[in-house]
Structures are given as structure tokens and as C-alpha cells.
Design a protein around this ligand. Structure first.
Ligand code: ARG
Ligand code: ZN
Length: 878
């Protein structure tokens, strides 16, 4: 059943107070709720009370008491997703008892067990699997929660807010009560019960309040929480400094669980995390994992204001909190680390993944206007494109104007459930701005193309830039209106210096943000002494596909001379894309490949540049991913893309062998001392390992020796894992198998490290990968019940091992479809996410299209099929 934004109606009733009591047992749980309800008098007169319809799924209703009167069966109606009854007063109290079985909840939504611990995930619509309720974000209520469980097994009992009372019951059971003073929607409810230990710290807020900070984990992980705690404290300080936002409860808790569908959840005062986004120690976690922990801890913390204090009116507004919060966490990471490198990483990710989503069958606006299953809309578009939209607003208003806008937003809407329009309105009102046209970014799907041409007239010293924008059709949206595209830009002279910009008689400085608002628009720059080279869309100032007819020489020039770091990378990347696209054509024509020396020179110059941030060098020498090249292609030839990209990597390794090995050896020697998690140490590791992976392509015995040595002697997981990846992707079978075996033996007790081990093998591009993946599914540490394991093995194979996944016999497709069908019975959310690679069938040539569609049709024919998988598969085939 499709739900539409246009059908939104405020609820018939509100819930002022919610009192919950959980009795947890080994084979079930009893949930007692006591709700204080009242009529929404803006919608209904007290003389005509509508029926109360509460959401509820997979519940056994045991008792219904209305105003202290137990209702008999027949006095209420229950179906598979609701409980309906007729109130007789405008204000009344309803008490319910439901029985649930968290132990058998494999969907990991609602109350479930992860290992020996009870935990919850209620966003978006999981609370209805705990008890009957008005499970919608515009119903905000004050919660008091009592948890009762066996003391021995569950010494720690947590819920939202502050602990207010606790005690003992007979039979070894105990209880704790929690009270959350802030009204909240049910999706922010959380409960945890387990045998957990904690890392404790404190934070003093800007107004001088002391907050008790706690990270709860299973005892064996106690030594891996320091980085998360440190990230939390830095996030709290940053939100005070940058947004003026102070934490509001006396206690803030994070709990790590092993079985979790997503990254983490911002439940009020009690964030629940996938352990992969909390635990980090140099022995077991890579630098990338450290950065992910920092970003996710910050993201969930920031939600306390952008999400919890001000929440969403309905789920179509999801990007109100997610887009804004992703923007906030990416700015936090940029402030903590290298700003340019963070931007490069985010843009790379967006282009390879969100652009593909925007061009595929599930394309939807940042604010979708319909859905079948909301879980399917926790997407790259809502999150990452949503963050880009907020970033553009920040760019257009400037730092100060944006802050004025967010101050007004938080002040005006504190305690409310609001819409994306309310957010924009606050930014407008605080700045006297007009974002009517800008709001098309929220309602139009698809990635706009921005084509730019230029003209220089020496006589008049005028330089013209002609812009034209067009947004391709997407499902349900054949036609698009022009959008507001902020273009941060400069004009460069022959020495790479910025020319002062003068537009319509106005001096704009050396760099300006110009807004393109029309389908066709020309900017005339005056007083331009010589024909310049434009540096456009600096910092990726809008999520568009920019095209300007740069020659390869232009790109080389920009890669070397653009004063803007991001655009230097962009130019090098553009050159590599151009070279690779050229090679694909040559390869398809059956002609021999040749190496463009200009690319070699750009890479040589950065590898030798000891001044340049090593992380920047690593980004510049990284070739565009296969996924991005597929996204860019009209019809993608997977074999040709894989073959030529590998060919180019090897050719670069051979051409730059001396420079690469010299720099590798310097970095290896410098990095062999004590471990540091500082930005420059991480940058050095990143470059070193990128060089190692190139050097391994030369096949030289000496390099294999370096790699094995690095694997054995590494003082941290980043270096060890990089060496393992290089060996696994090499033809040196003996070293490869030895390393894999040793790694598995050493880290068998560490699930997150073993996830890496599964994933590295699943992504290795040698022939026979599918057989290896099938074998790994039999490994005693693998289980389809743990989402991290599924992502590590099945996800990595389908998303990162493109050459094997797209095998022409269709075996990869059939394998994935089997897994989707299997998983749909236990965990529909995870099953649905696995459909993505198959949904992209239109990108490939007819033979693969047929094979992929056959598998989609096979999934479609399953019965029963979850709404989650049904939605994605049916839209993919439409
Ligand atoms: N609000 C969470 C976050 O972005 C994501 C939770 C989504 N969960 C889900 N099952 N769809 O921080
Ligand atoms: Zn979020």
C-alpha cells in the first residue's frame, strides 16, 4: 500500500503521557502501557469523538483497560496492524498489556535480542512492534519507563532520560525506572537490558552543567571505547561553539550492540550503536574505522537538537533531520581533520553512489512524495543529497547568515514536529532571503547537468560563461524546472593566479559564488586581460554533473596550479576519468592500449611533493572507482572498465616504480615507531598503503617481501589490513593463503576484524570469487543473522566485486537473488538493501539486462514477500 505526502492529516488524538513497564523473560516479554490521551480539538469537536486507531504489529494483546474499566473482546477491534476502540470522553486513560517475543525477532526492529542483551530499534515504525500506540513522529509524549528483569543476567537496565528509582523483586529480579522530561515521538524510545560494563567520563557544558557520559559495551570490548568517548566530548563542544546548542539531560549514554540493521540510532539520551560504529582500537580497527566512529558518534549526538528537540512531522520530512545532521557531522569531521580531504571523500562517495541512485528506478526527491515502506527511504538521496542541499543553503547565506537561520529554527520550533518548509522558512525569515525556487531541490529528483561554455573577446576584454542546466526525467517526474545552482568559481591566468572578478560593474573579489537559476544563462565578466581558464564548482558547491570542455592539457594545468585544493584534485580526477574513458573505447575497438604521459606526470609530481598533505596525494593518485565509471557510462561495459582500469593501474605502477618505491620506503621507515592516530600519521599511512597496492602490481619479488613484512610487523590494523588486501589481490597464492590463515587464527575472537577478513576476500577480483564466497558462507564465524556479516560477505561481493558479480553466466545475480529470498524471511530491511545492485540493470548491455531482470522476476514471484523487498523489486521492474 502506497502512502502519500499529500494525504497527511494531523492525528485525531494526542498522547500526553506514556508510562511503560517491561517485564523481560527468557522466552517472552510483557509490555504494560498506560497512556493519557486527549482529543485533537483542532480536528474534532468533543461532541463527535472519532474512533481511536492505534498502530500495532505482531503483538499478542492481553488486556485493554479504558478509564479503569477492562474492555471485553468485541468492545475493541484488532487486525494485523491496528487496535481500534471508541472513547467516550475527550480525555481518557488507556492501559494495555501486550505479549511479544524479542527472542524470535530476527528483523531487528522493535524490541529484540542481540546475543545475551535486550535492545530496541524503533525508527521509523518499530515501536508498533512493542505495543499499540500512535506510532507517528508528530505524536510527542512524555515517557516514564520501568524495566524489570533477572538481576543475574541483566544487571544493567536502561531507558531514555534520567534514572529515578530502582529496587528488588523476589526471585532474583530487579527493576529500574527512567523518566524522560522531554516530550518525544515513539521512534526515539529505547530500552537496553544486559550484562554490560561501562566507560564513564563527564562533560561540562557551556552553562556549567556537568553531564555524566557513559558508553556501555560487552565486557571484552571495554578497552575499545576511548576513541568514541573522545569523539563524543569533542562533538558536544563543537555543537556549542558552532551552533550554540547545549546538551539538555544530566546523562548521555551510548550502548554498542553486535546485531544492528544500520549504523546507529539517536534515541533520546540513550543512543544505540552498531558496535562497528563505537569500537576502535589501533590493534583491531583501521584509520577509516576510527573516522567512521568519530563521524557517527557526532551524527547521533547532533540529532539531539536536529531531530529530537526539533523533530519531523511525518516521514516524508526525514531529510529535515538527516540531511541537516549529515551536513553537521561532515562539517565537524572537516574541522577535526583535513577539510579538503573530507570534502573529496564525501564527493567521491556521493558521485559513485547517490548519483547512481538518482539515475535508477528508485530515484526520489530529497523529500519523497510517496512510499510503500519507509525503511526503504533511508537513502543516499535523503541523507547525502539532503546534506548537499543544506550545504548549498549554507553557501548561499554564508556562515553568519546560516547561523542566524538555524538559531531561529531551533528557537521557533523547539519541542515541535515540523517540515522541511519550516526549516527553509526560518532560514528565509532570519535573513530576508527568498528560497522559493531553491525549494525545487526538495521536490525534484535526478542529478542536474550543468553544461558550461566560454568565449573570450580580446577587444572588449569580456569573458562570457554560458551556463545551461537540464535535469533528466526520473520515475513520476518526466519534466523538471530549473534549479538554483550555486557555483563557487574563479578565473585563472596563465600562471595560475586568480583574476579579480568583475561582473556587471561589480567587483566580486578573486573568488565568487554565482547563482545559476535559469535553464540558459550567460555571465559576462569584464576587464579580463587575457583568455582565462575557469575553475568551476569549487568544493563541489552544488550536487550536479558539471561539464566544461577542458582539454587534457587544461586539466593538467589545473591539477598543478589551481589555488583551490579541492579543484586541483578534481582536475586530476577529471583527467583520469578522461583517460580511462578513452582507454575503454580503444579496448572495445580491439586496439592496443597506450598510456597518456600527462597522467603519469601529474602523478609523478604529487608523489614527489613532500610539502603536499600526504592524504591529498593519496586521493590524487587513486583512480576513479569502477562504480563511478559505470555511473558515468551511458551503457557500462563492466569487462572493459575493469580490464582497462587494472591495465592503467599496472602501467602507472611500472612508469612510476622508482618514485613510488622511494616514497613507500620513506613512509614505511617513518611509520614504524609508536602508533599515532593524529591526522598526519593517518595521512602518511593512507599514502603508504596506496603506494604499496600500486607497487604490488609490478609483481616484483622485492615488493612482495615488503608487503609480507608489513603484514607481519604492522603496529596497527590499518597497515596490517592494507598488506592483506594487497596480498589477497596478488597472484602470489602461497603468501596470500598464509596471510589469510594467520589473520583468521589471530582475530577469530574479534567479530569486527573478521568482518574485514570476509569482506577482503569477497571483494577480491580474481576469477572464482563466487566459489570462495560460497565456501566462506560455511565458515563457522559466518551467519546470515548478523547484518554486519551479511554486508561484509554478500554486500562486498555484490557491490565491490563488480567483475565477478556481473559474470556473464548470471551466477552472481542468481546467488544474490537466492540470498535476498532467504533473508527476506528473517530480516526484510537487510534483504531489501541487497536488491540495489540488481535494480541497476538498465546500465548494462542486453544480455546482462535479461539475466538481472530474470532474477528480479524470480524474487517478485516469491510468496510471501515483504513490503520492503516488494517495493524495490517492483519499482526496479516497472
Ligand atoms: N536515525 C538513524 C540515523 O541516521 C537511522 C535509523 C534508521 N533505521 C532504520 N531502520 N531505518 O542516525
Ligand atoms: Zn541520522
Amino acid at each position: 500500500k502506497t502512502i502519500y505526502l499529500k494525504d497527511y492529516k494531523a492525528p485525531d488524538y494526542w498522547i500526553d503521557e506514556t508510562q511503560l513497564t517491561f517485564e523481560l523473560f527468557e522466552d517472552h516479554a510483557l509490555v504494560h502501557s498506560r497512556l493519557a490521551l486527549c482529543l485533537n480539538t483542532e480536528r474534532h469537536a468533543e461532541t463527535a469523538l472519532p474512533p481511536l486507531v492505534l498502530d500495532g504489529q505482531q503483538l499478542e494483546l492481553q488486556k485493554v483497560v479504558l478509564d479503569e474499566q477492562e474492555l471485553v473482546e468485541g468492545a475493541y477491534q484488532v487486525d494485523s496492524d491496528s487496535l481500534t476502540l471508541q472513547p467516550s470522553r475527550a480525555q481518557f486513560e488507556l492501559a494495555l498489556t501486550t505479549r511479544i517475543e524479542p527472542q524470535n525477532n530476527t528483523a531487528l526492529e522493535g524490541l529484540y535480542k542481540s546475543g545475551s542483551m535486550f535492545c530496541t530499534q524503533c525508527e521509523a515504525e518499530g515501536f508498533r512492534k512493542i505495543t499499540y500506540y500512535l506510532d507517528r513522529p508528530d505524536v510527542m509524549s512524555r515517557f516514564t519507563t520501568t524495566v524489570i528483569a533477572e538481576r543475574e543476567r541483566y544487571p544493567v537496565l536502561l531507558s531514555n532520560g534520567n534514572p529515578i528509582a530502582s529496587g528488588e523483586h523476589e526471585g532474583g529480579r530487579h527493576w529500574v525506572s527512567w523518566e524522560d522530561p522531554f516530550p518525544k515521538p515513539a521512534y526515539l524510545f529505547a530500552l537496553v537490558a544486559g550484562d554490560l560494563c561501562l566507560l564513564q567520563d563527564s562533560f561540562t557544558t557551556m552553562s556549567g552543567r556537568t553531564i555524566d557520559l557513559r558508553i556501555y559495551v560487552e565486557p571484552e570490548n571495554r578497552t575499545q571505547c576511548d576513541h568514541a568517548m573522545d569523539s563524543l566530548k569533542r562533538s558536544m563542544r563543537w555543537d556549542e561553539e558552532v551552533y550554540g546548542r547545549e546538551y539538555d539531560l544530566d546523562i548521555f549514554m551510548i550502548v554498542a550492540v553486535n546485531d544492528f540493521n544500520m549504523g546507529a540510532m539517536e534515541n533520546k539520551g540513550l543512543n544505540i550503536f552498531n558496535s562497528s560504529c563505537v569500537l576502535a582500537h589501533q590493534d583491531t580497527a583501521t584509520d577509516m574505522a576510527f573516522q567512521r566512529v568519530e563521524a557517527v558518534v557526532a551524527h547521533e549526538y547532533f540529532h539531539n537538537w536536529s531531530g529530537n528537540r526539533v523533530t519531523c512531522r511525518d516521514w516524508f520530512q526525514l531529510s529535515l533531520k538527516e540531511g541537516f545532521t549529515v551536513f553537521r557531522d561532515s562539517e565537524f569531521s572537516a574541522d577535526m581533520n583535513s577539510r579538503t580531504v573530507k570534502r573529496i571523500e564525501d564527493v567521491t562517495f556521493l558521485r559513485a553512489n547517490q548519483f547512481a541512485e538518482d539515475a535508477g528506478p528508485m530515484a526520489h526527491p530529497v523529500r519523497p512524495d510517496s512510499f510503500i515502506e519507509i525503511s526503504n527511504f533511508y537513502t543516499l538521496t535523503v541523507y547525502e543529497k539532503g546534506a548537499e542541499v543544506v550545504r548549498m543553503l549554507h553557501t548561499l547565506l554564508g556562515e553568519e547568515g546560516f547561523r542566524k537561520g538555524t538559531d531561529l529554527y531551533f528557537e521557533r520550533h523547539d519541542g515541535q514536529a515540523v517540515t522541511c518548509d519550516d526549516f527553509i522558512k526560518a532560514l528565509e525569515d532570519a535573513n530576508g532571503a527568498d528560497f522559493i525556487q531553491f525549494k525545487r531541490w526538495y521536490s525534484q529528483a535526478g542529478t542536474p547537468r550543468l553544461n558550461v561554455r566560454s568565449e573570450y573577446d580580446a577587444a572588449s576584454r569580456e569573458y562570457r560563461l554560458h551556463f545551461s542546466q537540464v535535469c533528466p526525467p526520473t520515475p513520476g517526474q518526466p519534466e523538471k524546472q530549473p534549479q538554483v545552482i550555486p557555483v563557487r568559481m574563479a578565473l585563472l591566468d596563465r600562471d595560475g593566479n586568480e583574476i579579480p572578478l568583475q561582473l556587471e560593474g561589480k567587483a566580486l573579489g578573486n573568488e565568487a559564488v554565482v547563482s545559476i537559476t535559469e535553464a540558459e544563462q550567460t555571465l559576462v565578466f569584464e576587464n579580463v586581460p587575457n583568455c582565462p581558464l575557469p575553475s568551476l564548482l569549487r568544493g563541489f558547491s552544488a550536487p550536479v554533473k558539471l561539464s566544461y570542455p577542458y582539454s587534457r592539457d587544461d586539466r593538467v594545468f589545473l591539477a598543478k596550479h589551481d589555488p583551490d585544493g579541492f579543484n586541483r584534485w578534481e582536475a586530476a580526477q577529471g583527467l583520469a576519468v578522461d583517460v580511462l574513458q578513452g582507454l575503454v573505447e580503444i579496448h572495445r575497438a580491439g586496439r592496443p592500449l597506450n598510456l597518456d604521459q600527462r597522467l603519469v606526470e601529474v602523478m609523478r609530481s604529487v608523489i614527489a611533493d613532500a610539502e603536499l598533505d600526504a592524504a591529498m596525494v593519496a586521493e590524487i593518485i587513486r583512480l576513479p572507482s569502477e562504480a563511478y565509471l559505470i555511473e558515468l557510462a551511458e551503457v557500462a561495459d563492466v569487462d572493459a572498465i575493469h580490464y582497462t582500469r587494472e591495465w592503467l593501474r599496472r602501467a602507472l605502477a611500472e612508469a612510476l616504480r622508482d618514485e613510488m618505491s622511494a616514497r613507500y620506503q620513506i613512509l614505511a621507515a617513518a611509520g614504524s615507531g609508536a602508533f599515532s592516530a593524529k591526522a598526519d600519521a593517518m595521512a602518511a599511512r593512507s599514502l603508504k598503503n596506496s603506494l604499496l597496492s600500486y607497487l604490488m602490481l609490478t609483481g616484483e619479488q622485492q615488493v612482495v617481501g615488503w608487503c609480507v613484512r608489513q603484514f607481519v610487523e604492522a603496529t596497527n590494523m590499518t597497515d596490517r589490513q592494507a598488506a592483506l588486501v594487497a596480498l589477497v589481490n596478488s597472484p602470489f597464492e602461497q603468501q596470500r593463503e598464509a596471510a589469510l590463515a594467520e589473520f583468521a587464527e589471530r582475530w577469530a575472537e574479534y567479530p569486527l576484524v573478521m568482518d574485514q577478513w570476509f569482506s577482503i576476500q569477497a571483494a577480491a577480483s580474481q576469477p572464482g570469487a563466487l566459489d570462495r564466497v560460497r565456501k566462506l558462507m560455511e565458515h563457522p564465524l559466518f551467519t546470515m543473522r548478523n547484518p554486519n556479516k551479511v554486508r561484509a560477505l554478500i554486500g562486498a561481493f555484490a557491490n565491490q566485486n563488480l567483475i565477478n558479480f556481473h559474470a556473464l553466466d548470471g551466477s552472481g545475480y542468481a546467488f544474490l537473488a537466492d540470498r535476498i529470498i532467504e533473508l527476506d524471511r528473517s530480516n526484510p530491511q537487510i534483504a531489501s538493501r541487497l536488491v540495489t545492485p540488481l535494480s541497476r540493470w538498465r546500465k548494462f548491455e542486453p544480455k546482462r539486462q535479461e539475466l538481472m531482470k530474470t532474477e528480479l522476476a524470480r524474487i517478485m514471484a516469491q510468496s510471501p514477500l515483504s513490503p520492503d523487498v516488494y517495493e524495490v523489486v517492483s519499482k526496479s521492474l516497472a
